[in-house]
Design a binder for this molecule. Structure first.
Ligand code: ADP
Ligand code: ASP
Ligand code: MG
Length: 414
């Protein structure tokens, strides 16, 4: 018997008719004799609405109460899907994070899963009952509700699949797989049939939100194969032996490898520049120490060469939502004289080209810089890893840059 985890995102459960459609997908798998656990997100737009409510009460609110509020969207959809399954004649019950229980650390708003007790759901699944589990939520050490960060239901699904030792983890979404870039921006983007964990991890962490970064990390560690496919398909049209979409799997399973596999982008960036920074040992350690202690995730960093041998500029990026707070923390905590002026600029976007082939091929960065130059797009910051090159550009050029790069690396569909 196959044990299966299915995950449905926000647009897939956006209204009652979509939820009924999801129930048909689940019914199909149950009909094939599989044991099934389903993870659901909140209806699309609902989590944003809940976040707005918390902001309306107070800009600086208690993160524990924030989680109590924003986790509720998933409670609604688990109950509704369990009902819709029962209407289809499928045995099902809902499970909230605390009920099964999904244990997390105490990082409210961005909690990490420590473990899942699957005994109860395994018992029910063995009796033919579908477990409909609320994604995105867990319970911290102090018994308080936690959430896993935006897009966290992907991670819930992979964690449940790993804990259940599931044979498959199918991620149903509103696109029919992982594409060479966001298909909403580049019409000529192509669906990728198979992508390795490492490349998918880099794509996700650089902004391709089709899978939450942490979910890919977990899948890689626990060797969970992910099939990404569209929930819009007609369940009756699916081939039980071979599902459509994209398989995220180990690199060894991929025969043909491109030099550049995809292009990711993120508009959720802010650039912070410190001027008149004394050019001497210890200053960078101090500045980035302050940011780390305050919990900021700093991404790209450049330090310019000094013109006068005395002072320099340091530029780095943080998430857009963190910009003001990072500036305030630095102003409050840095030693006098560690920098002169400080500026934040949110009008930036990060574009990344990703490909495992970069390990063995040169010239990828050059093609990127040349292509952007031909379009008159200025590069503000650059960062690289073994399998990606990222640049920070003015945000108004985001789409132009992605399209031009997609063509330059030969990724356009015919
Ligand atoms: P869900 O609600 O199902 O979790 P998301 O909105 O989180 O769905 O993720 C799916 C979206 O990810 C797509 O609608 C698409 O716009 C976006 N996306 C960004 N990059 C890619 C990519 N490379 N391939 C596929 N989709 C992508
Ligand atoms: N509902 C949550 C969000 O919108 C989790 C998810 O959709 O995966 O971020
Ligand atoms: Mg998502």
């Amino acid at each position: 018997m196959t044990r299966l985890v299915m995950k449905f995102g926000g647009t897939s459960v956006a209204d009652i008719s979509r939820i009924r459609h999801v129930a048909r997908h689940v019914k199909r798998e149950v009909g094939l004799g599989h044991e099934v656990a389903v993870l659901v997100s909140a209806m699309s737009g609902e989590t944003n609405r809940l976040i707005e409510l918390t902001r309306d009460v107070a800009a600086l609110h208690d993160a524990r109460e924030y989680d109590v509020v924003v986790s509720t969207g998933e409670q609604v959809t688990t109950g509704l899907l369990a009902m819709a399954l029962q209407q289809e004649g499928v045995q099902a019950r809902s499970w909230l994070g605390w009920q099964i229980c999904v244990r997390t650390d105490g990082a409210h708003g961005a909690a990490r899963i420590d473990g899942i007790d699957t005994a109860m759901i395994e018992e029910r699944m063995a009796q033919g009952q579908v477990a409909v589990i609320a994604g995105f939520q867990g319970v911290g050490g102090d018994q308080r509700i936690t959430t896993l960060g935006r897009g966290g239901t992907d991670t819930s699904a992979v964690a449940v699949a790993a804990a259940l030792n599931a044979d498959r983890c199918d991620i149903y979404t509103d696109v029919d797989g992982v594409y060479t870039t966001d298909p909403r921006i580049v019409e000529k983007s192509q669906k990728i049939d198979r992508i390795g964990y490492e490349e998918m991890l880099e794509m996700a962490s650089q902004g391709a939100k089709v899978l939450q970064t942490r979910s890919v990390e977990l899948a890689m560690v626990h060797d969970v194969r992910l099939q990404v496919l569209s929930s819009y398909l007609d369940p009756d049209s699916l081939d039980a032996e071979k599902l459509p979409g994209t398989l995220v799997c180990s690199e060894d399973e991929i025969v043909e490898q491109q030099v550049v596999s995809g292009i990711a982008y993120s508009r959720d960036e802010a650039k912070i520049t410190l001027r008149q920074v004394p050019d001497k040992p210890g200053i960078a350690a101090d500045i980035f120490g302050i940011l780390a202690d305050a919990g900021f995730n700093v991404d790209m960093i450049v330090q310019n060469i000094t013109e006068d041998g005395k002072t320099t500029d340091i530029t780095f990026t943080v998430g857009e939502a963190d910009a003001e707070r990072a500036v305030n923390v630095l102003k409050a905590r840095a030693q006098p004289g560690e920098f002169g002026d400080i500026q934040a600029d949110k009008n930036v976007a990060k574009i990344s080209v990703v490909g495992i082939g970069m390990r063995s091929h040169s010239g990828v960065a050059r093609t990127m810089f040349q292509t952007l130059a031909e379009k008159g797009i200025n590069i503000q910051v650059i960062s690289t890893s073994e399998i990606k090159v990222s640049v920070l550009i003015e945000s108004e050029y985001t789409e132009l840059a992605i399209r031009a790069l997609h063509t330059a690396y030969g990724l356009d569909a015919d």
